[in-house]
Design a protein around this ligand. Structure first.
Ligand code: ATP
Ligand code: MG
Length: 197
């Protein structure tokens, strides 16, 4: 039986915190692969300054290109409307087959929100959940009827919000993101107009 991790996110931009979460859970849970799924339209925090979906996908895909355990998926980009995890998991299940076990990975900050997710009651049938540690956020099993395991990962206090603010302020993001992402952000002029937030 195949065991596949799923890391959903805005990836605006992808950073080393995302990669460490994916890599560490892949190792700890002996997963065959982890699929990184950039949201098309994030439904919980719509931002007018969100980078184009194709840019967020390109950064994610190029960052994982050399790691056979990680890949990027377009399922959320190719589906119209807001990106809901319930649809992400259903699409991946169709793609990978019903016998594949899915493990949805989420940072400690997002874990507590699971009960508020669209059609949350359908999630337990689609995947198990894995909560990973994140600096500044307590890791607790949320009060939901989904199976959640908690995994301690190396602490990287990096967030995409901070990276966007850094670029807007002319500060470096090198060594906080993969080199290929650092170059992509510079070449495409991403985040330069983002006000610090
Ligand atoms: P933003 O600041 O825009 O919210 P972010 O850094 O939180 O960006 P997301 O794309 O929102 O990145 O996160 C995708 C997933 O990765 C979420 O489940 C989030 O909790 C997790 N994650 C992000 N950064 C880290 C980190 N440094 N350590 C552990 N988990 C992380
Ligand atoms: Mg976030």
């Amino acid at each position: 039986m195949q065991r596949v991790g799923v890391l959903g996110g805005t990836f605006d931009p992808l950073h080393l915190g995302h990669l460490v979460a994916a890599s560490e859970v892949a190792h700890r849970l002996s997963l065959d692969e982890v699929v990184l799924v950039p949201a098309g339209q994030p439904w919980q925090k719509p931002r007018p300054d969100l980078a184009p979906a194709e840019d967020r996908y390109a950064m994610t895909a190029s960052a994982v290109a050399d790691d056979p355990r990680l890949r990027a998926s377009r399922v959320d980009l190719d589906r119209a409307g807001p990106s809901y995890t319930v649809d992400t998991l259903a699409d991946l299940r169709d793609e990978l087959g019903a016998s594949t076990e899915l493990y949805f990975i989420t940072g400690a900050d997002a874990l507590a929100g699971i009960p508020t997710w669209h059609r949350a009651e359908e999630l337990p049938a689609l995947a198990r959940f894995v909560g990973v540690t994140r600096p500044g956020h307590a890791l607790q099993v949320p009060a939901v009827p989904v199976e959640v395991s908690l995994v301690d990962i190396p602490a990287l206090d990096i967030s995409s919000s901070d990276l966007r603010a850094r670029v807007a302020a002319g500060r470096p993001i090198r060594y906080l993101v993969p080199d290929v992402v650092d170059r992509y952000v510079a070449e495409h002029g991403l985040y330069r107009g983002t006000a610090a937030r």
